[in-house]
Design a protein around this ligand. Structure first.
Ligand SMILES: [Mn+2]
Length: 334
């Protein structure tokens, strides 16, 4: 495998390994990458006889706890000498509880292009899929031997952030790293099923409710779904379990623009817009539509809020999407 790290990055990691009494920080709303990479680092440091702990401002959600060895809360156990952040692009992502640690980070290990260089030293590989992939190469550079446990944590991190090797951040090197890790003894199939196929029954039921509400426009290329608070309440779904709802419209084949309307407990209407398309259609920039209502985002993913009835929100957003649609695609002058 070709060398993926600079000499500077290799020497920074060997500096890190000379230290002791570590605090590894995961980002707020912890995900598979920050958890898997942090646990791999924790295990490697402990094997070297070091004193190390993990902290996180937020609780690990139930569906992620198989990655955190069943642990939900990560609080400071001892005063650290060395603070290492893993997968954290900026100080705000430390969350509230451990925001103060963001001022004293000795080493940041990250893969986000948007990293703000808040740490004293930053090991940033912004071409890599995940912090897990960065960690994989750092361990190799330092001669840290993988074992079944470390391989499992790193594989989980890489698979999570690459969307099970489907996202465009997946490179040949991502596959090579995963292939090497798969030589160890752990159940990759079970891990991927848990991360990508499983959801709580309540989550699946709310998705089914959303699908039942599908309405389509413009030859089925605009897909809209709506979830009312009463449905969420009836099923007892947590707010943090509703993230998957915005992906539903994209899963309906033929959808170019997806609209997800969700009524929150306080009556606010949260609208998520998604777009995807192949040539010859020009890019439908959903952030432009969101901006009309004071929202924002990117070309393919944007969001906004409204304070009105569900019906009114549906009508307003649909009108705005169709107006932009007609401007882009139904303009005879183009
Ligand atoms: Mn990541």
């Amino acid at each position: 495998m070709k060398t993926m790290l600079t000499d500077k990055q290799v020497s920074l990691f060997s500096e890190l390994l000379k230290r002791d009494n570590f605090c590894i920080v995961m980002h707020k709303s912890p995900d598979g990458d920050t958890i898997g990479s942090s646990f791999a680092l924790l295990s490697a440091l402990k094997k070297m006889g070091k004193n190390a702990q993990i902290v996180c401002s937020d609780e690990v959600p139930p569906q992620m706890r198989f990655i955190s060895d069943g642990i939900d809360v990560f609080d400071l156990q001892f005063e650290p000498e060395t603070v290492v952040s893993v997968d954290i692009a900026s100080q705000t992502l430390f969350g509230e509880k451990y925001a103060y640690l963001s001022e004293k980070v000795d080493f940041a290990i990250d893969h986000h292009f948007s990293n703000t260089f808040y740490a004293k030293e930053t090991i940033l590989c912004d071409k890599m899929s995940s912090a897990g992939e960065v960690m994989f190469h750092l361990f190799k550079s330092a001669g840290i031997e993988f074992d079944d446990y470390i391989a499992k944590k790193l594989y989980t991190a890489i698979s999570f952030d690459s969307g099970c090797f489907r996202f465009s951040n997946t490179s040949p090197e991502t596959h090579l790293a995963a292939a090497e890790l798969l030589r160890y003894d752990f159940d990759a199939s079970a891990i991927n099923t848990k991360m990508f196929d499983c959801a709580s029954l309540a989550q699946l039921k709310i998705e089914s409710d959303a699908l039942n509400s599908v309405r389509q426009y413009k030859d089925n290329q605009i897909t809209m779904v709506t979830v009312r608070y009463a449905q969420v309440e009836k099923l007892g779904v947590n707010e943090n379990e509703l993230g998957g709802l915005t992906a539903i419209t994209r899963r309906v084949a033929g959808t170019v623009v997806g609209i997800t309307v969700r009524e929150k407990s306080d009556g606010e209407i949260r609208i998520s817009l998604r777009s995807q398309q192949e040539a010859p259609l020009a890019d439908f920039d959903v952030s432009k539509v969101a901006a009309k209502f004071g929202g924002g985002g990117h070309v393919r993913a944007a969001g906004l809020s409204m304070r009105c009835s569900v019906e009114e929100a549906e009508q307003k957003i649909l009108e705005a999407v169709i107006e932009e649609w007609d401007r882009l695609y139904d303009n005879p002058c183009k």
